[in-house]
Design a protein around this ligand. Structure first.
Ligand code: SF4
Length: 230
């Protein structure tokens, strides 16, 4: 069982989802674009040829594209195929994909088939579509679309990231996660003081217990009181 990313690999960077809490965009715009050739164009999506020279060791747990969403609707099929083909060269390394647009996993079902070392992940921060739009959290596909895409994909190794957690409907959100049947779930609060519509800590702890009681492995990230409780 894996709970710790040992390495990140970013062959594609940049993202158009526009999440209000995006730390990657801030890091790139405030700092990286001035000091790194890779980020010279800021957060505009780009593929980086040099990254395909990198190799991975057996036993490593690699999070792919932590500075973008590789499966965003704007990413070309060619870029995604490049990444999948490179991953295919390292069958003894575990790779984690994470997206807010898991519908695109379905497009690549044939290319991904047989890659048992690949975990397909999705971020689902809450089950409340209305709140997501009202608070202008992100332009990414709605939570309910992500849920359906993850539930329907025929893949043994899935994960869900509930990070940063947003307030939720207890019964429905728990059901969504159980329906998806992930290998594991990450749950954590926002780390960057964005004052998001968070659940109380008690509610989050309840969710963790409920998922565990239903046989789901949960790894706690930052668990704390909501900003309005402090
Ligand atoms: S999906 Fe990730 S990389 Fe893209 S804007 Fe949102 S937080 Fe940033």
């Amino acid at each position: 069982m894996f709970n710790k990313v040992t390495r990140t690999w970013s062959p594609v960077t940049g993202c158009y989802h526009g999440c209000c809490y995006c730390w990657s965009r801030r890091l790139v715009e405030k700092r990286l674009r001035y000091i790194s050739e890779k980020y010279r164009d800021g957060f505009i999506p780009k593929i980086h040829e040099k990254e395909f020279k990198k190799t991975f060791k057996p036993g490593e747990f690699v999070f792919i594209c932590d500075m973008s969403d590789l499966w965003g609707s704007w990413v070309s099929r060619e870029w995604i195929l490049r990444v999948i083909e490179h991953v295919r060269r390292f069958p003894k390394t575990t790779f984690l994909f994470l997206t807010k647009n898991p519908r695109r996993y379905h497009e690549f079902a044939d290319e991904l088939r047989g890659m048992d070392n690949v975990i397909l992940g999705a971020t689902i921060e809450t089950d409340r579509d209305w709140m997501y739009r009202e608070y202008k959290i992100s332009r990414a596909p709605l939570l309910s679309e992500r849920y359906v895409a993850m539930r329907e994909i025929d893949w043994a190794r899935k994960m869900i990231s509930i990070e940063p957690i947003l307030d939720f409907n207890e019964y429905r959100f728990t059901k969504w996660i159980i329906d998806i049947q992930p290998e594991f779930v990450y749950i954590g609060y926002d780390n960057y003081n964005n004052r998001l519509p968070e659940p109380t800590m008690q509610k989050t702890l309840w969710l963790i217990d409920e998922l565990r009681e239903n046989g789901i492995t949960v790894y706690k990230k930052t668990i704390r009181k909501a900003w309005y409780e402090r």
